[in-house]
Write a protein that binds this ligand. Structure first.
Ligand SMILES: Cc1cc2nc3c(=O)[nH]c(=O)nc-3n(C[C@H](O)[C@H](O)[C@H](O)COP(=O)(O)O)c2cc1C
Length: 185
């Protein structure tokens, strides 16, 4: 698959098989991620790869956090939250370093890390994997950040759910650029 085909045909895939993904394949995706442009070459991205039982531990953190925030929710809601990280055999949490020098901007570090995430998603698609970028409440939850080893002020911009697709999604109409583009001459 060439680069343009991979970009054009990638789409979020939420339903994946529980089959494990070989470590070499995950490393290939991470290697693609870190080729992203980044200002001052600060390589601001941080990846936490969760497989196996670590996803259950993340689920426990998600459920207990939700319980703290929404104690009146029914027990099923906490069970549902606990199971979320088990939706894929690989979950990669992606954090962003805070700048250490005045010239480095936080926004630019976030941009660079988002570019790395997109590289990773395209690489996953090219490798025949399905992937979905998720965030939601857990992405800003201090307890979730702590579990993942991120500082409270570090941005957690993605949980990437990755696995072999349960089924091939129907190709769908892709967004167009026309209504978002002005040409200046
Ligand atoms: C920053 C960011 C956060 C996202 N968070 C979620 C999320 O929490 N849940 C979800 O279902 N999709 C999430 N998505 C995926 C988008 O919904 C998805 O990319 C969009 O619907 C376009 O579909 P496509 O990826 O198939 O092109 C997120 C995407 C981005 C870029």
């Amino acid at each position: 698959m060439d680069a343009l085909d991979a970009i054009r045909t990638r789409q979020s895939i939420g339903k994946v098989k529980p089959d494990p993904v070989p470590r070499e394949t995950i490393e290939k995706l991470l290697s693609a991620a870190v080729q992203a442009p980044n200002h001052y070459k600060v390589r601001p991205w941080r990846f936490v790869v969760l497989t196996g039982a670590s996803r259950e531990k993340l689920g426990d953190v998600l459920a207990s956090s939700l319980k703290e925030q929404q104690p009146d929710f029914p027990p099923e809601a906490f069970d549902k939250e606990r199971k979320k990280p088990l939706r894929a055999p690989v979950v990669i949490a992606v954090g962003v370093d805070q700048p250490l020098e005045a010239k480095v901007l936080q926004e630019e570090n976030i941009c660079a890390t988002a570019a790395a995430v997109e590289n990773l998603l395209i690489a996953a698609h090219a490798e025949g994997l399905g992937a979905k970028w998720r965030t939601g409440g857990p992405a800003t939850d201090p307890k979730v950040k702590q579990f993942l080893g991120f500082a409270p002020d570090q941005h957690l911009i993605a949980f990437l759910y990755i696995g072999y697709p349960e089924f091939e999604p129907e190709p769908r109409e892709r967004p167009s650029f026309e209504d978002r583009t002005v040409w200046m001459k």
